[in-house]
Design a protein around this ligand. Structure first.
Ligand code: FAD
Length: 406
């Protein structure tokens, strides 16, 4: 299984998976047959994470082939991603809180805990399965959903390591590493997200769902919920679409949305496109993202830039970083009066764009384009996933998705 960082490869993976996205997915998705056989899941997450392929395209392709009834489980999983993004968008301080807590959590480890942590991240704990998943993650940048749940549960309840350090390890190594899905899934396993409800990995479940590949012994027998460091804030307001600038507009791409051809740009005339050469640091500078993640993100940015340049018939520039001076030089070179950029959800890119806004001041505006997919769904992420899930058919109808008859 390989992940080629280009939209064309993501579309090919989608086309290959679509026939299996119906009832077969619902019945088999929980089985982890190992990296040699991922046919029961889509493995689309690295492309979707960067929007090399959008959620809308994935769901549309699946609903052209299957009814919503047959592919309901798959569509729901795609909407888990949207839900987590929306949940964090309404409570941005939860990301700041998590990121700020990673370095102190590492510093606070005792010598014995530090040894356990060092073993855990190289797959040397002696726990069957867990060690294999640690290596699989580092070598491939991908883990099956069930393996992520087992790994997180063993990390928290058997090895008794801080959940934030496990989330950080995942974020640095997953090609699909995502501030919302990753942080909030770890919180969910720890019992912080659905308060009091934890996830306990058991030998029986692992043996069953790996078809006997792993039978780990000595796992924790209970999973008492971890204590949160502060209460969850009440949800704020969801972002709203901004008005689009006119005139000579530059399109600034970033790693959170690399299918700018499908952005709704109104009458803006895009005369130049740019993207940074590399992604933003996902985590603390002392422990950067893995070489796999770094290479995937850089190539994805280049792929997005090249497609946008061809689509808009505009000059393409690779920027050394999302810095005010690089953006000003680019704007001057092309006589830009305004810049548009895809909306960046809560996470490192968003933090950079917010900083850029301050640095650029009033001379250059950076208009952020929110996709209808997000604008319609995020306001409903105020409570748990189950009330959100009820909205899915209406959300699809509002966007005219899957209306063909089967
Ligand atoms: C501890 C933990 C950490 C996780 N970290 C991430 C992460 O950093 N990034 C990430 O994209 N997903 C994360 N997930 C969710 C999920 O495991 C992956 O999205 C999924 O395994 C990706 O594989 P796939 O594309 O084959 O999924 P499929 O089963 O084929 O699902 C299709 C798409 O739906 C979305 N999706 C599926 N399941 C989930 C889910 N539970 N939550 C959110 N979106 C989902 C993904 O975009 C996925 O590509 C995490 C789950 C856990 C338990």
């Amino acid at each position: 299984m390989t992940f080629e960082p280009a939209r064309a490869a993501g579309l090919a993976r989608l086309a290959d998976f679509v026939p299996r996205a119906g009832r077969a997915y619902a019945a088999e998705r929980n089985t982890d047959r190992g990296p040699g056989d991922r046919s029961n899941v889509s493995t689309l997450s690295p492309w979707v994470r960067h929007r090399l392929v959008t959620e809308r395209e994935v769901v549309e392709a699946v609903l052209r082939r299957h009814s919503l009834d047959a592919a309901g489980k798959f569509v729901q999983e795609v909407y888990w991603r949207t839900y987590w993004k929306g949940w964090l968008e309404l409570r941005p301080s939860m990301w700041a809180r998590y990121s700020a807590n990673v370095p102190p959590a590492l510093d606070a480890l005792s010598a014995a805990e530090r040894a356990t942590y060092d073993d855990a991240i190289v797959g040397r704990t002696g726990i069957e399965g867990f060690d294999d998943w640690a290596r699989e993650l580092v070598e491939l940048g991908y883990l099956h959903n069930h393996a992520r749940m087992w790994f997180a549960s063993i990390w928290i309840f058997t090895l008794r390591l801080p959940w934030q350090l496990g989330a950080d390890f995942f974020l640095r190594h997953l090609l699909d590493g995502d501030p919302a899905s990753n942080t909030l899934s770890w919180r969910w396993v720890a019992g912080l997200q659905t308060v009091g409800k934890t996830y306990l990995a058991t030998m029986q479940n692992i043996e069953f769902a790996t078809e006997g590949r792993f039978r780990p012994r000595g796992l924790a027998e209970s999973a008492p919920a971890v204590e949160d460091d502060a209460p969850i804030p009440t949800p704020g307001l969801a972002p709203r679409p901004e008005s689009l600038p006119n005139g000579r507009v530059g399109l600034l791409l970033h790693e959170d949305d690399l299918h700018t051809e499908s952005l709704e740009l109104g009458a803006a005339e895009v005369v130049a496109v740019a993207s940074p050469r590399a992604g933003e640091p996902r985590t603390t500078a002392d422990a950067p993202a893995s070489p796999l993640v770094t290479a995937f993100t850089a190539a994805a940015l280049a792929d997005g830039r090249a497609r946008a340049a061809a689509h808009f018939a505009a000059a393409a520039s690779a920027l050394d970083g999302l810095t005010a001076s690089a953006i000003r030089d680019w704007a001057n070179d092309h006589d830009l009066t305004a810049i548009v950029t895809p909306f960046a959800p809560v996470g490192p890119v968003r933090d950079r764009l917010d900083q850029l806004d301050d640095e650029l001041g009033d001379d250059l505006t950076l208009a952020r384009i929110l996709r209808p997919w997000d604008a319609l769904a995020w306001p409903h992420a105020t409570r748990g996933f189950f009330p959100f899930r009820e909205r899915i058919p209406a959300l699809l109808r509002e966007q005219q998705i899957g209306l063909e008859r089967h």
